[in-house]
Design a protein. Structure first.
Length: 636
């Protein structure tokens, strides 16, 4: 199907010259990308993907367009891609290229030698271990009849699907042609153009496996008309169905009626949230706001892919509490997707603003009480991160320096909750009405741009004159720890729960009438406020009464199991094992594996953790596999 594969190039001799040239001109614009500051940023990519489920690979062609012709070496990011050819699209003349040796964090640079070219096409294939892709065999899906594949590109994994300038400083439009077995369907974080039979020349000749490829194939075409950073590239292919839940929202999931119905019920209030978001932050610019509920191995709670948010099925609890995750991913439509952090060093601009915006939406649709509870859980999380990073306070800064650092390894609550605190502090200083106007202006000013912390601070100082005399902006953005003018949220329910948790230490269990109206979030806050280690007998009592270890709400169950592990209460190993084998969300894997392997006297737990990981890892997304591997490596 893909042209150019048979030609050979004498890249070896060129490699040295490129390396020399590179050394002379290289000025990376992002610690996580090979993108060079002197090179134009591609503005459009046209992608053709041929999905080979039998080998868990994609055969791909990527045609990149530059805003101006370029001569000399041109650098792209790549990871575990096999490049078979690069050529000029009109003449089909080959262009010399070379791949660097792999960097453990950034992957490889693909250097293409251009001579006044503004377009070129790369022919490549992905590896079965592509860090962005999870290929699920039928038994790993809910329905168990068909395979499934999906992406997770944030932070730096788009490069493992196609070569690109994989930095959020870049914004690209794209078109994509996905070719896959006709009994499956595709969704993308993009607009669907059509589903059609493959044209001549798009034949399935390259695929020999009779199971997935000997049958008919189909092509689905998509277009992303708005310029987006590469980490927002996303698709899923599988047996996917949907339900309509609002005028611009469908819920997609594996085509199982119960799953679709439960998802449709859980997210029925989405349109109301979009309207609230528009009222607070300005027009919704992405036309559609669809949701895709993924298999249980999805490594995040949610991912804000534009036009189509990706969600873990664990948010479907039957009590509409999944709405908080949707509110968060929806809020990214303004903060993150419209205004994007220029590099991961400024990640707080994405997540801190979004956490603030999420809580403003939740406050309107679910009430101040729930919003305050979320703020309380967030505060608790922030305090805990300070403890976790006490030996590396660098990671408690809002503006970070991630040179030589893998963003997946340093993922934490700091950009979310310290970022939230910073914005809340500004709100308290200038008052909500003024802050709301400021936010709207900020979004309108920087939309479709990638910005850094200084650009935000300058905008703040210009629009709120004198703010630097009221708030220590440098301390907030460049200092470590929690600034003294941060604020623990206060609300009746928050205070009540924290004091009940303190009483647990004195041996008092909460009474039935005290917890009668508690949902998952109340329990989560309660458990997170208990000491790290408690008497095993007390834990067993608490569980006998409230069945927390069996909770359907993973936030509650995991908080309880984490406490059980660090309290060396071994009665729960079965439940821990079951949990680690049934979900792949890193929010649950991280604390459970960490609790198992850190600290002294945990020899039995360490062996247990290693065994469970070796049995469960195949079911985790590659990003989650990497994160668990590095947790175990740190302690074993
Ligand atoms: N963008 C993040 C997920 C992410 C962050 C993926 C960094 C890769 C690298 C997403 O918006 C997020 O924050 N998800 C949270 C949801 C929550 C805060 C409601 C999650 O997954 O837990
Ligand atoms: Zn987020």
């Amino acid at each position: 199907m893909l042209a150019g594969g048979s030609r050979t190039y004498h890249c070896k001799t060129k490699t040295l010259t490129f390396a020399e040239l590179q050394a002379a001109t290289m000025a990376p614009i992002d610690p996580h990308s090979f993108t060079d500051s002197s090179h134009p940023l591609a503005t459009h990519i046209s992608l053709s993907f041929f999905f080979d489920f039998s080998s868990s690979t994609i055969l791909g062609a990527a045609a990149l367009s530059l805003p101006r012709p370029h001569s000399g070496p041109f650098l792209l990011d790549a990871r575990s891609l096999s490049i078979s050819a690069v050529f000029e699209p009109h003449t089909k003349n080959p262009l010399p290229f070379s791949l660097s040796s792999p960097d453990p964090i950034k992957g490889q640079s693909l250097t293409v030698s251009l001579s006044n070219h503004s377009r070129f096409t790369v022919i490549f294939s992905t590896s079965p271990s592509s860090s962005a892709l999870q290929w699920l065999l039928p038994p790993q899906t809910f329905k168990k009849t068909n395979p499934f594949v999906y992406t997770q590109c944030q932070a730096i994994h788009a490069r493992s699907i196609f070569p690109c300038q994989d930095t959020p400083a870049a914004r690209i439009r794209y078109s994509a042609r996905l070719n896959f077995p006709a009994r499956l369907s595709a969704v993308m974080a993009a607009r669907q153009v059509e589903r059609r039979p493959p044209a001549a020349g798009e034949a399935a000749g390259v695929c020999e496996d009779s199971l997935w490829c000997g049958e008919g194939r189909v092509v689905e075409e998509f277009v992303m008309d708005q310029p987006v950073p590469p980490y927002l590239f996303a698709f899923a292919v599988g047996e996917i169905g949907f339900r309509e839940v609002g005028p611009r929202t469908r819920v997609y999931a594996e085509a199982v009626p119960e799953v679709l119905d439960a998802a449709a019920r859980e997210f029925a209030g989405t349109e109301e949230m979009i309207r609230v978001g528009e009222g607070l932050f300005g027009p919704y610019e992405w036309e559609r706001f669809d949701l895709l509920v993924l298999p249980r191995s999805f490594p995040y709670g949610g991912m804000e892919n534009p036009r189509m948010v990706f969600l873990t099925p664990t948010v479907i609890k039957g009590d509409a509490s999944g709405a908080q995750v949707v509110a968060h991913e929806l809020a990214h439509s303004w903060t993150g997707n419209l205004i994007t952090n220029k590099t991961n060093d400024h990640f707080w601009l994405n997540e801190g603003f979004t956490t603030y915006a999420e809580r403003r939406i939740v406050e309107v649709v679910q009430g101040e009480g729930i919003a305050a509870l979320n703020m309380g859980i967030g505060w608790r999380g922030l305090v805990e991160e300070m403890e976790r990073f006490k030996d590396n306070m660098e990671l408690t800064k809002l503006k970070t320096n991630q040179e030589g650092v893998d963003p997946d390894d340093v993922y934490s609550q700091v950009p979310y909750e310290k970022g939230f605190q910073f914005l809340w502090r500004i709100e308290r200083q200038i008052g909500r009405p003024v802050f709301d106007e400021f936010l709207k202006k900020y979004i309108a000013t920087f939309k479709f741009q990638s910005i850094d912390t200084d650009m935000f601070l300058n905008f703040l100082k210009t629009n709120v004159p004198g703010i630097e005399n009221e708030i220590d902006l440098a301390l907030w953005t460049e200092g470590t720890g929690i600034p003294p003018d941060a604020m623990e949220p206060v609300s009746d329910i928050y205070t009540k729960i924290v004091s009940l948790a303190n009483e647990f230490n004195l041996g008092r269990m909460p009474r039935e009438d005290e917890v009668a109206d508690w949902h998952g979030q109340e329990w989560e806050l309660y458990l997170e406020n208990l000491p790290k280690s408690v008497e095993a007998s007390q834990l067993l009592d608490l569980d006998a009464r409230y069945r927390l270890s069996e909770s359907k709400d993973y936030e509650v169950k995991v908080a309880f199991l984490q406490l059980a592990i660090s309290s060396k209460c071994r009665d729960y190993h079965n439940e821990v094992e079951k949990t680690l084998k049934e979900v792949g969300r890193m929010k649950y894997l991280r604390p459970l594996y960490t609790a198992l392997v850190q600290g002294s006297g945990m020899e039995e737990e360490k062996i247990f953790a290693k065994r469970v990981f070796s049995e469960a890892r195949e079911c985790y997304h590659p990003i989650a596999q990497g994160v668990v591997k590095s947790i175990l490596a740190k302690h074993l």
